[in-house]
Design a protein around this ligand. Structure first.
Ligand code: SF4
Length: 394
């Protein structure tokens, strides 16, 4: 994990000075819009397909090189692509990422565990995190995801993936829930089911967003803060009451901070910490369009027009324009993927997490239970002025 520190320093310098000292450390590769789900929170499957070939990915990853640290292979449903393990192998060989993250709907229960095993073999020294999407229990999941029998198939996929755990030390199995107006009232039972029955290595929830990429703008899927806040605070309480060790302690501390940021973004309608999309994180659409993020989904250039040279697409006039707009705070959102990179690159958040984890390591042998804690979430607005008066009740 320490190898990421020099990359963070380069990201911070690039953001502060408005120059590209290094390529992003976090890449989301949307490998196809094809999907066998029909979710109420996503219309991406209706988009036309013009997917990159394996050869195109090979050239692209070669151009990105070792600045990368974190890859997410998303979609659509990424496991529908038979060559997913080849893409992972290409990214691994060219970029050596520390983390590879792949979400799945779990529908192809007879194919996914085998395909993921190939992925694990292709990237033996990366931490590979597979997140199963779960938006409800039983029939409710099927209704939200628009596929009859999805829940039963997802559970079989989960069992198949769990069976891989003993064999691959680089494998973490997670569950991911999108909290929308369709399930916010049932979130507690989803959380209990995941914690008590599935027992994954990690659980992350993300608020349903209206995204250009997903063609969901104006659909009214995002729950209001009045409904979202109480459920997310119970989830945070669960995180704080659980005992974690090692890297999980750090991961959960960031997760807790992330949920604070989401709540405040919804209330204050601004960037709570500076967004470094366009500097530290980037997304590549299935047709090779390069975006700063999937919320704005504005192409800075297409890799096919730039000879598959990521750096060339990343240094266009349009890319500079977008970076200026993001830094000026002209957009805000709670996108999880960008938020985690933002937190890692935000020195006050990093310091606050380090202090919290350090204190817990020192005090945990002596603590009887875990009392509620108050802590500061340092706020920096997008013009750089700092406001440390914002204290959230944990
Ligand atoms: S704040 Fe959200 S919409 Fe704006 S650049 Fe960052 S991730 Fe994209």
């Amino acid at each position: 994990m320490l190898e990421v520190l020099p990359k963070i320093a380069k990201m911070q310098a690039s953001y502060a000075l408005g120059k590209t000292f290094a390529l992003p450390m976090n890449y989301t590769i949307s490998v196809s819009y094809r999907c066998n789900s029909r979710c109420k929170t996503c219309n991406v499957w209706q988009r036309p397909n013009d997917d990159f070939t394996m050869e195109e990915y090979e050239k692209t990853f070669a151009s990105i090189g070792r600045d990368a640290y974190w890859f997410t292979f998303s979609g659509g449903e990424p496991t529908l692509r038979k060559d997913l393990p080849d893409m992972v192998e290409s990214a691994y060989r060219n970029c050596r990422p520390g983390i590879i993250n792949i979400p799945t709907n779990g529908i192809q229960d007879n194919i996914i565990p085998g395909r993921i095993e190939q992925v694990l073999k292709a990237a033996p020294k990366s931490d590979v995190i597979i997140n199963l999407s779960l938006d409800g229990i039983g029939e409710k999941h099927d209704i939200i995801r628009g596929v009859k029998g999805n829940f039963a198939r997802a559970m079989r996929t989960y069992a198949g993936l769990k069976a891989l755990k003993g064999r691959y030390k680089n494998f973490s199995l997670g569950v991911h829930t999108v909290i929308s107006n369709f399930n916010v009232h049932e979130f507690d039972s989803i959380y209990s089911f995941v914690r008590d029955e599935l027992k994954p290595d990690s659980f992350i929830s993300e608020i349903a967003e209206e995204r250009v990429e997903l063609d969901t703008v104006g659909m009214g899927i995002t729950p209001p803060i009045q409904k979202y806040q109480p459920v997310i605070e119970r989830l945070q309480q669960g995180i704080r009451n659980a005992e974690f060790s090692g890297v999980s302690k750090v991961t959960q501390a960031f997760r807790d901070r992330y949920y604070d940021i989401v709540k405040r973004t919804l209330v204050e309608q601004r960037q709570i910490i500076p967004c470094m999309a366009g500097v530290a994180s980037a997304q590549i659409a299935p047709n090779g369009d390069v975006w700063t993020c999937c919320i704005r989904a504005e192409s800075v250039g297409n890799l096919r027009d730039h000879g598959y040279d990521f750096r060339s697409a990343w240094k266009t006039v349009k890319a500079d324009e977008l970076r200026r707009s993001i830094k000026a705070g002209e957009c805000h959102c709670p996108l999880a993927n960008a938020s985690y990179t933002n937190m890692v690159c935000h020195t006050p958040t990093l310091a606050s997490v380090a202090t919290q984890v350090g204190k817990e390591i020192v005090t945990s042998p002596f603590s009887q239970g875990r009392a509620d804690k108050r802590r500061n979430l340092t706020v920096i607005n997008t013009t750089g002025a700092e406001n440390t008066n914002s204290t959230l009740q944990a």
